[in-house]
Write a protein that binds this ligand. Structure first.
Ligand code: PLP
Length: 399
């Protein structure tokens, strides 16, 4: 037997691969600092854990409605009203097994061979693979550091064809941390208003991790005239430090939500009943810790951006949100390591930093924009200082 053609269209996740490589090195007793993982180092809040314990004790251990309990759908509706000024009914809400599952459901439920999906690069690694798995064609639009890693309206206009089904907008972004202001979303919305057949997948997973007073906005809110064709996507993983619980969700038109539920009914069925109860607590409980955590991330961002920009040949834009930076280092390409190995790509650079600097990052090619790397600063200040010192030393040793 051979594996399927659909499987052949996707790659294993590069970020998860780096995470397991770091785990292997650590298990061998090697002192490596992992800056590859896409998850907060904070713990799930106690009140959320408590809600899960209570759910188990109350017997909430059975199948639930396929795309989420009524309680969680109501909590998600309240969240969208509170945080985003958006109003939805229960039949417009889909609860999935993490945000990645939301993406999978939406793409597989709607994309046919020949359909195009516009993906600004650099992008979260899963977008192109899931689109390709669904049979679609990703159309990449490069948004580099010279434009703060943000898609420009004229680029969006040029990328749309008669075959475009979706445009993916991710703000704040994984892997760059760049976030669109209201005005920037408005300008993109003006382009989309001229293309009524194009749908918008708004991935707001990092909504609550923003800095310097940045006012988060999402396109369905800024451009209500587009709302009928926006799927607004969010989840518990990043904001509530619940990556292992696997709860993502989306809001959009009821026929699309129903289509996603149909697919989910033949794949995962409902997300874990206990995780759903915990998510209700997360979304409806005291939200004040979110700002405290964002403040801690901001301090770390400043530390990392400052130390990376001190490196000759490296430029690190200051992101508005998420917990990643995406320094570019074209000034270091072509140099050689002390052992005489040429740094001819970002993969070579990341390999060198891992082997000689004992710091793990993810190479930019995995996110569609080189030469660069993604550094996750979701770890302690001390470890970040040590990691950036190691990167500085390794870069200084290049000739
Ligand atoms: N969207 C973005 C931009 C992400 O970075 C991630 C996770 O890395 C997700 C969605 C999915 O998160 P999860 O499936 O862990 O809920």
């Amino acid at each position: 037997m051979q594996t399927s053609a659909a499987l052949g269209r996707i790659q294993p996740s590069a970020t998860l691969a780096m995470t397991s490589r770091v785990m292997d090195l650590k298990a061998q007793g090697i002192d490596v600092i992992g800056l590859g993982a896409g998850e907060p180092d904070f713990d799930t809040p106690d009140f959320v854990k408590q809600a899960a314990v209570e759910a188990i004790q109350a017997g909430k251990t059975k199948y639930t409605n396929v795309d989420g309990t009524a309680e969680l759908k109501d909590a998600v509706i309240a969240k969208f009203r509170r945080d985003n000024g958006l109003a939805f009914e229960r039949n417009q809400i889909s609860i999935n097994v993490g945000g990645k599952h939301t993406l999978f459901n939406a793409m597989v439920a709607t994309v046919d061979p020949g359909d195009e999906v516009v993906i600004p690069a650099p992008y979260w690694v899963s977008y192109p693979d899931v689109v390709q798995f669904a049979g679609g064609t990703p159309v990449f639009v490069e948004a580099g550091p010279e434009q703060q890693y943000k898609l420009r309206p004229e680029q969006l206009e040029a990328a749309i064809t008669s075959r475009t089904k979706w445009v993916i907008l991710n703000s704040p972004s994984n892997p760059t941390g760049a976030a669109y202001s209201r005005d920037e979303l408005r300008a993109l919305g003006d382009v989309l208003a001229r293309h009524p057949d194009v749908w918008i997948f708004a991935d707001d997973m990092y909504e609550h991790i923003v800095y310097d007073g940045f006012q988060f906005a999402t396109i369905a809110q800024v451009c209500p005239e587009l709302a009928e064709r926006v799927l607004t996507v969010n989840g518990c993983s990043k904001a509530y430090a619940m990556t292992g619980w696997r709860i993502g969700f989306a809001a959009g038109v009821s026929w699309l939500i129903k289509a996603m539920a149909k697919l989910q009914s033949q794949s995962t069925s409902n997300p874990c009943s206990i995780a759903q109860a915990a998510a209700v607590a997360a979304l409806t409980g005291d939200q004040s810790f979110l700002a405290d955590r964002a403040a801690a991330f901001q301090r770390r961002r400043d530390l990392v951006v400052g130390m990376l920009n001190a490196i000759d040949g490296m430029t690190c834009p200051t992101p508005e949100g998420a917990f990643y930076v995406y320094p570019e280092f074209s000034g270091l390409i072509g140099k050689a390591t002390p052992k005489g190995q040429k740094i001819d790509s970002d993969e070579a650079m990341v390999g060198y930093l891992l082997d000689e600097g004992r710091v793990a990052a993810v190479h930019g090619a995995a996110f569609g924009l080189s030469p660069a790397m993604r550094i996750s600063y979701a770890t302690s200040d001390d470890l970040l200082r040590e990691a950036c010192t190691r990167i500085q030393e390794a870069c200084a040793a290049l000739k």
